[in-house]
Structures are given as structure tokens and as C-alpha cells.
Design a binder for this molecule. Sequence first.
Ligand code: C2E
Ligand code: MG
Ligand code: MG
Ligand code: MG
Length: 279
Amino acid sequence: RAKAKGSDRLEVYNRDVYQEFSRYFHVENDLRKAIDRGEFALYYQPQFCLDSGDVCGEEVLVRWKHPIEGTISPGEFISIAEETGLIIPIGEWILREACRQKAKWINEGYPKVPMSVNLSLKQFLQHNIVHTIEKILKETKLPPEYLDLEITESVTVDLDRTLDILNQLIKVGVRISLDDFGTGYSSLQYVGQLPVHELKIDQSFVKKIGKGKEGEAIISMIIHLGRSLELKVIAEGVETKEQLDFLQKQGCDLVQGYYYTKPLSTEEYEQYLRYKDLC
Ligand code: C2E
Ligand code: MG
Ligand code: MG
Ligand code: MG
């Protein structure tokens, strides 16, 4: 009986692996075609300065409008795009589209604030990333100070190369943010060495506000660290007034999250800014 049970389990396991495997292949195949078919869409989530209450930036978050599966979130396809190398053309498309939209908004009188674009590890370490970014800024006529690149501390896997790329990007004139800060093993070891402008507190810590000292202590520490290093500090995933009040009291510079709004489509975001009378 035990044996039968064991083999059952094995079958289930194999079926899961098969499903994972075939799903992976479907996603990979569909991903290859998605750029040409125009299936990616950019969504925007505003970032607010806590002292003035103004919109001080926005983060670009990609969505995949799959013709059969519907809207697919980046959590479900970015890692596959990374593993297959498709992140290079997809990431370049995202960068170009974001810069094109930002330049257009600036011309149309929308807030003159930077737009944050997430870069995945492979995209960041790609041999010609600096050239690609310069080319896109030139093509779209976007002044570099309006582009903020979000990288994670995973870039420290190749510290020498990362420092070289970051120094070149700083010369180009773009801004750099360290996303998901505090979640990795090396955050504290490298933060002082990396030439970045901003630390982005991961939402896992924000979720713990009001639920004990642990998350709150880490947040206060990051905010103090940012202040000592003269970096801006932003918190993501802010959903409640309680979280907002805590962050404000601790001296956090910027916030972003559902408390204000979910990421919005281009049209929705334009409407949101107009409604707020920001342009
Ligand atoms: P991230 O850069 O840390 O982005 C924050 C995520 O939190 C986003 O999820 C955003 O929609 C979500 N979020 C914002 N406010 C709240 C909130 O108040 N509560 C909660 N629960 N969630 C909130 P999303 O859009 O699903 O993106 C997930 C991750 O996928 C991103 O994490 C980023 O690592 C990656 N990603 C998204 N867009 C891109 C992209 O264009 N390029 C690359 N390479 N990666 C991207
Ligand atoms: Mg981000
Ligand atoms: Mg993040
Ligand atoms: Mg995150």
C-alpha cells in the first residue's frame, strides 16, 4: 500500500513537471512573437514626495496582453524572458517605449519628473547597455535626467563590471535606484560603494508596519542609512494610512503604492494627472 502511494506521488510529480515544462515552452514561444505582435503594454504608478505631496516620479511596469490568456503580470514572464535571453529585445522595447512616452508627456506639459524603468540583471550586464541607453535617449530626445533606472543588488554578482557600467551611466546623466533594497544578502556590504541616487525599500518590510518591531526597525535603519549616504529613500507597496504615517514620521522621502493608486494604463494615468490638476 505504501508502495502504491509512493508511485502515485511519483506520477503526480511527473505530471507537474510536464505541465511546468510544456507551459514554459508555450510561454517562450509566445514571448518570441509578442514584441512583433505589439502585445506588451506599459503601466504607470505615480511616486509622491512626502514633504510636498506632489507627484515626483512614476514607475513603469510592463504587462503582457496575451491574446488567449489575458493580461499576464511580469512576475510570470520576466524570469522566463531572462533565462531565454528574450529580456534583451523585450527590455530594449520597454526602455524605448518608456522614453518615447516620457518625452511626449514632457512636451505636453505633464509633470517634469523622472520616470523609473526596471532593468533586469541580464539586461544591465549586457555588453552594450550604456550605448543602447544613450541611443534611445537620443532617438526619443528625452533629457537623461528624466530617466531613472531601477536595478537590484543582484548586480553585485559582478561588482567590477557593475561599477564600470554605473559610472558610465552617471556620466550619461541618468538616475539610478536600488530596487527591493534590504531583501538580499549583500545590501549593507555594497550600498556604500555603488554610485546610486536612491534606495527603494522593498514592500515586504512595508507590509510589516504595525505588526511588530522587526519590519519597522529595518525600515528606520534603511532611512537613516540613506540619509547618511545622502541618498533619497522611497518606499513601495504602501497600502494603508498607518504605513504612510509611519514612513512620514521616520523621514522617508517618497512613497508609492495602492494607497494612492494601482499602476495605470497610459490613458488612465493621463486622466489621473489631469484630475489632480497636475498639468
Ligand atoms: P518591482 O519593481 O519591485 O515592482 C513593484 C511591484 O509591486 C509591481 O508589481 C507593482 O505593481 C506592485 N505594487 C505597487 N504598489 C503596490 C501595493 O500597494 N501593494 C502591492 N501588493 N503591490 C504593489 P508588478 O507590476 O507585478 O511587477 C513585479 C516585478 O516585475 C517588479 O517588481 C519588477 O521586478 C518586475 N518588472 C515589472 N516591470 C518590469 C519591466 O518593465 N522590466 C523588468 N526587467 N522587470 C519588470
Ligand atoms: Mg521596481
Ligand atoms: Mg521593488
Ligand atoms: Mg519588489
